[in-house]
Design a protein around this ligand. Structure first.
Ligand code: B12
Length: 282
């Protein structure tokens, strides 16, 4: 079943029409990475101390979202949708605002990611299983102010980490075997699947800055100084990504959400886990 599910995610991403740029055959995303975690993995409880009490476990997501029709989740399925090399190249040459393709991927590509979430729910339901996407559930909400800054009741990056898909970077994003320039999605189901291995030695191991004290290339890519050796200033990042950037280029690009992603391109982790001084992963 693991293989059939991975094939279906990949088929949808490579074939569905909504996965193409407006008026073009070019697609938003390359072949996905997919991972699984047990819904009762201790990490989901640990996230209550790492992130905050407000971060929900899979079980809580279901029971809060549908108290009348609660069910027992068995698996968290997470996918990485790598942004294509053409789109990454277009953003690499930008220094202030994201490229048109990056903005279209943030806007329409995320709509497609939502279509994929819905598609995988239908696919699992048609096989007799229960399924739901945390990002689309009533229990999901953004938390504007928290001790860890802007957060939410379900972090897709932390879910992807639990599914063995990558580790966190200096700029907070997830560095996967296909790099840092991607979007993430996730579905919870009562179908029991074999959990994926977590092959990394720590939650920041794929980032050269944390691994070897080198790099820091993303710091210099941020047009508003939201990145430093101390990490990511989420408020400054948010005002730019959701304020200044859409104001400047949203109408021209024909999108409401533009993203930014300069820190995810023209960096050594853009499309891979960077090797650094010694071969890694061992
Ligand atoms: C709120 C939000 C934001 C906020 C805050 C980001 C943040 N760091 O949390 C703002 C507005 C700044 C933002 C900006 C962007 N975002 Co945003 N955002 C979200 C959203 C809606 C929720 C994120 C959340 O809940 N975070 C929870 C907090 C706690 O995470 P954190 O502080 O980064 O976590 C740190 C600690 O927990 C720490 N840690 C400490 N101890 C331990 C121990 C363990 C065991 C572990 C595992 C971790 C850990 O590790 C983390 C990194 O330092 C998600 C969608 C979702 N539902 O997840 C998208 C999401 C994170 N955003 C995304 C993207 C792409 C962006 C942008 C690049 C915009 C763009 N599209 O061009 C920018 C810049 C991203 C950046 N550098 O982080 C993607 C990330 C994909 C990726 N490549 O990693 C997501 C997942 C959306 C998606 N579905 O694809 N975003």
């Amino acid at each position: 079943m693991e293989q059939a599910l991975c094939e279906e995610v990949c088929r949808f991403v490579s074939e569905d029409q909504a996965g193409q740029f407006p008026g073009s055959k070019a697609r938003y995303f390359d072949t996905p990475l997919i991972g699984f975690a047990s819904a009762t993995d201790a990490l989901f409880t640990e996230y209550k101390s790492v992130i905050g009490e407000f971060h929900l476990t899979p079980r809580e997501l279901i029971s809060i979202s549908s108290p009348e029709d609660s069910w027992q989740p068995a698996t968290v399925i997470s996918w990485v949708l790598p942004i294509t090399s053409t789109t990454r190249a277009s953003n690499r040459s930008e220094t202030v605002y994201p490229s048109r393709q990056w903005a279209e991927t943030r806007n329409f590509g995320e709509q497609f990611n939502t279509a994929l979430r819905r598609h995988m729910i239908s696919w699992l339901t048609a096989k007799g299983y229960r399924a739901a996407a945390p990002q689309l559930m009533p229990a999901w909400r953004e938390i504007g102010e928290s001790p860890v800054g802007i957060a939410s009741t379900w972090s897709e990056r932390h879910a992807a980490y639990a599914c063995g898909l990558g580790t966190f970077s200096l700029n907070d994003a997830l560095i996967t075997p296909k790099g840092i320039a991607h979007r993430l999605g996730c579905v919870i189901t009562d179908l029991a699947l074999e959990p994926s291995a977590r092959p990394y030695p720590g939650h920041r191991a794929n980032c050269l800055y944390y691994r070897e004290g080198t790099c820091g290339a993303c710091i210099g890519r941020c047009p508003v100084g939201a990145l430093s050796r101390e990490g990511h200033n989420k408020s400054a990042c948010r005002s730019y990504v959701y304020g200044a950037v859409p104001e400047a280029v949203g109408v021209r690009y024909g999108v409401t959400a533009t993203g930014c992603g300069l820190c995810q391109t023209k960096v050594p982790c853009e499309e891979k886990i960077p090797a650094g001084k010694s071969p890694y992963p061992a």
